[in-house]
Design a protein around this ligand. Structure first.
Ligand SMILES: Cc1ncc(COP(=O)(O)O)c(C=O)c1O
Length: 405
């Protein structure tokens, strides 16, 4: 059998600066840890993964099977088939009131690739990118990968992590090239109200910066109607919209996302994609067409269920003394403050940091959460409630035991 020891040559491998600037996604790292324990027979409750537990709706699966049977298995245009780009534009128009042409749409392998393409296409070394905290981990790493400078905008937990145009105005400099807004937010569930979005757009445009709006959770909103900043008259020259079928249609593994942007920006993204992954899977593209063109009732059913789970999780968290949590208004995460259990607090400390606390929680109670450091804060962890009621009940019971022992 081969030795597992790294050879001196392997130990000496060095990596490019751009790869050395980033780390493995912490949500992926938590999932890997949980899998390891599960393989040892431990009954792990995994609140780490940000992924719907629902199966992909049947009509979507059937469309993919049909595509295979009809040999729709060749390369397509890099930015997606014209059919898919048309459908993306139509669905976006119907749900969010925008008006985009297929030449202003690119289909990608997940929303993640759309974000990667945008940042790598627009950011030069030293360009500043405004990033509201708490942020979804990937934004920060991709900015660093592109050698841009993430400039953090601190939102306040007391205001439910509300982002305002005023905060953005204060952080603007002549080097600001891009402002990222993710509403509803992963991890906090905070939602930017339409009027505030209008003010954010006005501020960003006045400074000549781009506004990247990540709308991956826009259909999972507990009050009000889904909204896109792209629907504001005159917005299109200033905004890049990111979307995905991953969460909306429970299709995380299919890998289809998209961006809507001015045609030259789309062309730059297509150019980059043509030398990396090329088109998203032809079969997944057919499935995505069905997802967006077919019946939409599954989206509402999932939203209703997420709403029920959100209320349950909030109720259970309120029962744990020392934990407090702002009420998420969208997406499927809660972001409780567990500062009372960290060193330096008046209560009995359990750990020095959310990272350490999450490690203890996993080892002692087999509950996986993502520590807040991944999202740029030092007193929180993230729970995903895109999991069954049984798992939520069991996990929250263990959480309560952990914090009251
Ligand atoms: C805020 C946000 N944007 C984008 C994505 C990308 O998802 P996907 O690449 O599966 O479309 C995610 C996934 O977790 C997310 O949370």
């Amino acid at each position: 059998m081969q030795s597992l020891e790294l050879s001196p040559r392997a130990k000496a491998i060095t990596f490019s600066d751009r790869v050395s600037r980033i780390s493995i996604s912490s949500t992926a790292a938590v999932t890997m840890e949980a899998e390891k324990l599960r393989a040892q027979g431990v009954d792990v409750v995994d609140f780490g993964a940000g992924e719907p537990d629902f199966p992909t709706p049947e009509n979507i699966k059937e469309a993919a099977i049909r595509a295979i049977r009809e040999d729709f298995s060749k390369y397509t245009a890099t930015g997606g088939t014209i059919e898919l780009r048309q459908v993306i534009a139509e669905r976006h128009a119907a749900d969010l009131g925008t008006s985009y042409a297929p030449s202003e749409v690119i289909a990608t392998a997940g929303g993640k690739q759309a974000i990667f393409n945008v940042i790598c296409s627009l950011i030069n070394p030293g360009d500043e990118v405004l990033l509201p905290v708490p942020y979804w981990v990937t934004f920060c790493d991709v900015i660093n990968y592109a050698n841009g400078r993430p400039v953090m905008i601190e939102t306040r937990e007391e205001d439910d992590f509300n982002l305002t145009a005023e905060m953005i105005e204060k952080a603007m400099t002549p080097r600001t090239r891009l402002v990222i807004v993710n509403s509803p937010s992963n991890p906090s569930g905070a939602v930017v109200a339409p009027e505030e979005f209008g003010r954010i757009l006005e501020t960003t445009a006045r400074h000549g910066a781009w506004l990247l709006s990540d709308e991956c959770y826009c259909h999972f909103l507990y009050e009000g109607r889904p909204f896109s900043v792209g629907s504001i008259p005159g917005a299109k020259d200033h905004v890049i919209l990111i979307g995905s079928v991953s969460k909306t249609y429970a299709m995380t593994g299919w890998r289809v996302g998209y961006a809507l942007a001015p045609a030259p920006v789309v062309s730059a993204m297509v150019k980059l994609q043509s030398h990396s992954t090329s088109n998203p899977s032809s079969i997944a593209q057919k499935a995505a067409v069905e997802a967006m063109r077919g019946p939409q009732n599954s989206v509402q059913l999932m939203l209703n269920e997420y709403g029920r789970r959100r209320n349950f999780v909030m109720e259970k968290l309120r029962e744990i003394q020392g934990v407090h949590c702002s009420v998420p208004r969208g997406a499927f995460y809660v972001y409780p403050n567990i500062g009372a259990f960290l060193d330096g607090s008046s209560a009995k400390p359990k750990a020095a940091s959310p990272n350490e606390l999450a490690g203890r929680l996993l080892r002692e109670k087999a509950v996986a959460v993502v520590p807040g450091e991944a999202f740029g804060t030092q007193q929180h962890f993230r729970i995903s409630y895109a999991t069954s009621m049984e798992k939520l009940a069991e996990g929250l019971k263990r959480l309560k035991q952990f914090f009251s022992e």
